[in-house]
Design a protein around this ligand. Structure first.
Ligand SMILES: Nc1ncnc2c1ncn2[C@@H]1O[C@H](COP(=O)(O)OP(=O)(O)O)[C@@H](O)[C@H]1O
Ligand SMILES: [Mg+2]
Length: 245
């Protein structure tokens, strides 16, 4: 579903070029829930921004569902982002002037058509994620965890090929974090959603199928889920300790 091959990216600051991603290779299969972890500054957000083509990269290739995003014109890219990718951000990015229901429907509103099918899917997602009772409220009147569950519902409204999430639990307490991670698991199990999540939270990552550890712009190691969630979290913590040693 998502192929990243030999990806290179550097930032030019004045006359100096700072390499950030130095040959990244990985694949995420349909229906997989994969996390990327790594110290601050290791290039996680840069990687996500390259995948969504928000920033150009220097070398390598990225394919999403058989489509190369790089090189498409802006209009095509905007369309692909809206219809083929779902986004979840650390700070929710809901529109304050819209109800939770309208926020979930935004990717459809952008396309100019909100049919009965979209409304039904919004209701189904809201029920699945336990936010059916706040659909007519506004973001200011709901909790952070509820906002993020609405954002996950929004990311799914177009049945995207991949959901890209950057620190989705970064602004949440541990209880809300867990509920938000459970929405991803529901999406994966009930809708075969493919989720690619950046996080520095080993608890959140321990619910994934696989964790990619980034260090200094290269993949240090990939850790496959095995055993219980707690065992996997311990295994992850060991790998992170070894990585920072
Ligand atoms: N627009 C930019 N211009 C220059 N350097 C940047 C820019 N964005 C990020 N960086 C640098 O690239 C490195 C990786 O950043 P980032 O991808 O945000 O890391 P992470 O998300 O893992 O914390 C950092 O050293 C950061 O300072
Ligand atoms: Mg980041």
């Amino acid at each position: 579903m998502l192929y990243v091959k030999n990806l290179y990216k550097s930032y030019q600051v004045g006359k100096v070029k700072y390499p950030v991603l130095k040959g990244i290779d990985f694949h995420v299969a349909q229906g997989e829930f994969v996390a990327v972890m790594g110290p601050s500054g290791s290039g996680k957000t840069t990687l996500l921004n390259c995948i969504s083509c928000y920033i150009p990269f220097d070398g390598g290739s990225i394919m999403v569902g058989g489509v190369k995003l790089a090189g498409q014109d802006e209009e095509t890219l905007a369309k692909i982002r809206n219809t083929k990718l779902g986004f979840v951000f650390q700070d929710f990015m809901l529109l304050d002037g819209l109800s939770i229901r309208e926020n979930i429907l935004v990717p459809r509103i952008v396309q100019g058509e909100v049919g009965r099918d979209a409304e039904q899917l919004a209701e189904r997602l809201a029920d699945m994620f336990g936010i059916g009772h706040i659909m007519d409220k506004y973001p200011a009147d709901v909790s952070g965890g509820e906002k993020q569950r609405a954002a996950v519902a929004r990311s799914l409204i177009n049945s995207p090929m991949v959901i890209l999430a950057d620190e989705p639990t970064g602004n949440l307490d541990s209880k809300s974090s867990r509920i938000v991670i459970e929405t991803f698991i529901e999406a994966k199990e009930k809708m075969e959603a493919t989720i690619f999540m950046v996080t520095h939270d080993s608890f959140a990552a321990s619910f994934c199928d696989r964790v990619i550890l980034l260090k200094d712009g290269t993949i240090y190691r990939q850790v496959e889920k095995e055993g219980s969630q707690r065992e996997f979290q311990d295994k992850l913590l060991d790998a992170i300790r070894e990585m920072s040693a």
